[in-house]
Design a protein around this ligand. Structure first.
Ligand code: DLZ
Length: 196
């Protein structure tokens, strides 16, 4: 059963630029979470061309990728030439670029207002899960506080595949946590602009 958080407040995402970095481990779950996240961003009015999606191998790589993606978007926005497309910031693979609409690769530039890190860590038989979960959550918090950009914690830390499915809306009646992450990104991005 979905443990209800606070009632989501919908904010206007018009004009926001949102980065998403997701791990490729447990890809079926990731795909569902990514769909939920993107659908809420779009519902809030974030333009598809302002959503940049990048991938990394696993959750362990999320903190460095989020940090570099944000730094590169800042450099890019301050350079007069405009530089390459935002989709190139992490040296995108063909798959990354293919997943973006052509308008995104052509026009999406400027610093991100929020970045969503998505990963699925499933506990195995060793201590691997504990080390990665702890490091990734601390790493993402550090990037957020060091850079001042809201980093949304979209990392599931679950005991098995069934739990992951239930948090990705893949079980009957279950809730997709990606929805919450999309809404949280828009809310935090809007608030960050107000706080600036
Ligand atoms: C190695 C590994 C394992 C065992 N499990 C997961 C997982 O459940 N979820 C995930 O996102 N990544 C996993 N990884 C990969 C690590 O995050 C990382 O990509 C590798 O250790 C290489 O640094």
């Amino acid at each position: 059963m979905h443990n209800k958080g606070p009632a989501p407040v919908r904010h206007d995402g018009t004009g926001l630029r949102i980065g998403i970095v997701h791990a490729r481990w447990n890809d079926t779950i990731i795909d569902a979470l990514l769909d939920g996240t993107k659908s809420k961003l779009l519902e809030c009015g974030v333009a598809e061309s302002n959503i940049v999606v990048q991938t990394v191998p696993g959750s362990w790589e999320l903190p460095i990728a989020v940090q570099r993606l944000y730094s590169a978007s800042q450099v890019q926005s301050s350079s007069s030439s405009g530089g390459g497309a935002a989709g190139d910031l992490l040296g995108s693979s063909t798959t990354d670029l293919a997943s973006l609409p052509s308008s995104a690769t052509a026009s999406s530039t400027g610093p991100f207002d929020a970045i969503i890190a998505i990963g699925v860590l499933i506990k195995g038989e060793t201590m691997h899960f504990e080390y990665i979960s702890d490091s990734v959550s601390q790493g993402l918090m550090r990037v957020s506080l060091d850079t001042g950009v809201p980093v949304i914690f979209g990392v599931l830390t679950v005991l098995n595949d069934e739990q992951a499915q239930a948090r990705a809306g893949l079980r009957p009646g279950s809730h997709n946590h990606g929805d919450d992450w999309g809404l949280a990104a828009v809310e935090m991005a809007v608030k960050r602009r107000a706080w600036a």
